[in-house]
Design a protein around this ligand. Structure first.
Ligand code: COA
Length: 402
């Protein structure tokens, strides 16, 4: 293996996930738009997508996810917060700054925002690993939080969604020790981007799917060149999930690249007895209800796997990240003994179940609401989350604890 072989394992010590107040049922969307519901459920592998109330955004979701981490672990040794997002709310100020205040973190903390479409969470994780390698007594809070928005009536609309995953990166991690070798691949391609004055992404959907597969192949080849594990030495494989059927396409591509027989069944499909179960279906359980959560999507897959599979201790997991534009990275980690929290899946399922179903008419109205940056306003109280985006005053976004 190349890279430093740190004596002390470093990786993800704790992980927490959250989402929005509203949920859009894709059956409702299909009925309203005259589309066969099977296209969304089977064709895209999606049942629902999360949608923010006016008093929610990436900051409120991020703070709510990170609060769980701080409540469980305290803030001792925490000197860095890295916030990865595609849907940043300011061109200058990092979304991690209000999170520092909302969580009551010490002022002696460096905070920053990272961007590269859906990939940035993996870059944030790698940066955190580097910081902890240099100072093993420090811990880094990595937050991935996004609201995926496409234009109404566009093909991308059913693949919207929202969610946040916060992770505490430390030495001697309790969940996943990340291994030193990683495979990376960058190619300048216009498959998806968001101009500065647009709240929705511009996307060439079909190009983004082929670019994703090409980039993951490049990252996989680079992992092998860097001395990373062969496919037979990897027990579970997780993918970035813009929609869960994309993970199945990625798994089929990996099987073709490596010649390995990997099971392609999503939930509801019949498993192939002659193929290896690498956790594809398990890793999609949350994303098919969240929709796309951009930077958080891959880590929502990790949450689903760790919450549902009690037999992972000592097993190696590969994580394939992809961000349009495009950057891909594959890294691997070993699940640590004692990682399994038997209540975690019920806890997050309750959060998903508690979302309020929004009618298609109300959703379309909210989606179409665009605020000019010069406009001041106060948001009505809708969300029951621990933090709220209360409005804009003197052009500055205001946040407070509920
Ligand atoms: N029953 C079951 N499946 C159906 C169906 C039906 N009635 N109608 C269509 N489908 C299937 C299609 O066969 C297709 O599956 P396949 O890709 O396995 O062949 C799938 O549903 C999607 O249909 P398609 O017509 O290709 O969808 P679309 O043109 O409406 O757009 C995306 C799909 C993903 C391109 C679009 O949602 C998009 O642009 N999303 C945003 C970008 C994105 O997520 N990119 C991913 C890489 S980052």
């Amino acid at each position: 293996m190349t890279g430093s072989t740190a004596a002390t394992p470093i990786g993800i010590h704790d992980l927490a996930i959250t989402t929005t107040h509203y949920v859009v049922e894709l059956d409702d969307l299909a009925n309203a738009y005259g589309t066969d519901p099977a296209k969304f459920r089977l064709g895209l592998g999606q049942d629902q997508f999360s949608f923010p109330a006016p008093d929610e955004d990436i900051v409120t979701m991020a703070a709510a996810a990170a609060k769980q981490i701080i409540d469980r672990n305290g803030s001792q040794g925490l000197r860095t917060v890295i916030f990865a997002t595609e849907s940043g709310v300011d061109q200058s100020k990092a979304a991690a700054v209000p999170v520092q205040r909302l969580l009551g973190l010490p002022h002696e903390v460096r905070v920053v925002e990272m961007k590269q479409a859906c990939y940035a969470g993996t870059a944030a994780l790698q940066s955190a690993l580097g910081i902890v390698s240099r100072n093993p007594g420090e811990r880094v809070l990595v937050i991935t939080s996004d609201v995926a928005r496409y234009q109404l009536d566009s093909p991308g609309e059913p693949t919207q969604g929202a969610g946040a995953v916060a992770m505490l990166v430390s030495a001697d991690p309790a969940l996943l020790a990340i291994e030193p070798a990683a495979g990376v691949y960058t190619a300048d391609i216009d498959d998806f981007w968001r101009p500065n004055d647009s709240t929705t992404a511009v996307v060439d959907g079909k190009l983004s799917m082929s670019a994703y597969l090409d980039a993951m192949a490049g990252a996989w080849d680079d992992l092998q060149a860097q001395g990373g594990p062969a496919i037979d030495d990897i027990d579970r494989v997780l993918y970035h999930q813009p929609f869960t059927k994309m993970a199945k396409k990625a798994q089929a591509h990996l099987a073709k690249l490596t010649g390995a027989a990997l099971d392609l069944a999503l939930p509801g499909d019949t498993a192939d007895e002659n193929a290896r179960d690498t956790g594809l279906a398990t890793g999609t359980l949350y994303n098919r209800r969240l929709g796309n959560s951009y930077t958080a999507s891959l880590f929502a897959g990790l949450a689903a796997l760790l919450h549902h599979d009690s037999d992972l201790a000592g097993k190696r997991v590969a994580l394939f990240s992809y961000g349009s534009g495009s950057v891909s990275e594959v890294l691997t980690g070993v699940v640590q003994p004692g990682y399994f929290d038997a209540d975690a899946s019920a806890r997050f399922s309750a959060v998903l179940d508690a979302r309020e179903t929004i009618t298609i008419e109300a959703y379309r109205k909210l989606h179409a609401t665009e605020r000019a940056s010069a406009e001041d306003y106060v948001n009505e109280v809708v969300s029951k989350a621990p933090f709220r985006f209360t409005g804009v005053s003197a052009q500055a976004r205001q946040y407070e604890s509920a």
